[in-house]
Design a protein around this ligand. Structure first.
Ligand SMILES: Nc1ncnc2c1ncn2[C@@H]1O[C@H](COP(=O)(O)OP(=O)(O)OP(=O)(O)O)[C@@H](O)[C@H]1O
Ligand SMILES: [Mg+2]
Length: 245
């Protein structure tokens, strides 16, 4: 990892949840369910790092990917977008689920995944039809919608470019949850259209080789840094004293 990557990186502690239900917010959305926790603090810390980077270079569209599936992109995107909406209530914040294969944003937030990005890109509706405000927060959300037959082709389309151009005009900050990098071309395509890209890495799970391969595959995309997700908070020296066992 180069220096820029270290600068944007963060450690996100593992959060246990045994009470998830399909119609409620996942407990791992700690910025909402446990705002005073050490985990929530790490998402805020990640957000403020991005803010500092924005002072040097304006960045509206921040995309999140990982090397492999299941590393925590969705949980991280949702928490980061909520941290943004809370930190700057005057800004217009949008979270887009661009994982058309396994969209998880709606489920994580306890929202219905009906009428989302897929329908928009199919030309079936307009942006205003698919943007929904999440609960009582100021966060605007576009869910993934129904998986199309050829997700990569849909994401690589001129309509997607047009959509990103439109949301750049309509929002101050846009967070995009992408599919994993190694199995599909999607993240490579959309990563280049973002102003900044974050790589989520599952602590103690993702092999270094996979991360390096993913970084190589994203060659040329504006990689800002990596986020180590699911780290044991008790083994993270600076968090140890703050974590309730
Ligand atoms: N910090 C965390 N602590 C504990 N569990 C987590 C954490 N982050 C994510 N998880 C859990 O790991 C699983 C995968 O997380 P998530 O859906 O965010 O990953 P993803 O990278 O978006 O996966 P996919 O590639 O399928 O889209 C989920 O069950 C999620 O609740
Ligand atoms: Mg996901």
């Amino acid at each position: 990892m180069d220096q820029t990557m270290e600068r944007a990186g963060n450690f996100l502690p593992r959060v246990d949840d045994s009470s998830a239900s399909p119609n409620s917010v996942d407990r791992r959305v700690v910025t909402l369910t446990a705002p005073a926790s050490a985990a929530a603090e790490q998402y805020r810390s990640l957000y403020y790092r991005l803010e500092r980077m924005r002072e040097l270079r304006p960045m509206k569209v921040i995309a999140l990917t990982s090397a492999m599936p299941g590393e925590g992109k969705t949980v991280t995107s949702v928490n980061l977008a909520l941290a943004a909406a809370r930190a700057n209530p005057e800004r217009r914040i949008l979270l887009v689920d661009a994982d058309l294969r396994r969209g998880g944003v709606a489920g994580t937030l306890g929202m219905r995944n009906k009428g989302g990005l897929a329908e928009l890109l199919a030309g079936e509706c307009e942006v205003r039809d698919v943007v929904r405000r999440f609960s009582s927060t100021r966060l605007a959300v576009i869910s993934a919608g129904t998986t199309p037959e050829e997700p990569t082709q849909v994401l690589a389309s001129a309509r997607m470019k047009q959509f990103l151009k439109g949301v750049r005009d309509g929002f101050d900050e846009v967070y995009v949850d992408l599919p994993p990098t190694l199995p599909f071309a999607d993240a490579g395509i959309l990563g280049h259209q973002a102003d900044g890209l974050l790589m989520v890495i599952r602590a103690n799970v993702t092999p270094t080789k996979a991360v390096n391969q993913a970084v190589e595959q994203l060659g040329g995309a504006p990689l800002l840094g990596c986020v180590l997700n699911g780290a044991e908070a008790t083994s993270t020296p600076y968090l140890k004293n703050y974590v309730k066992r």
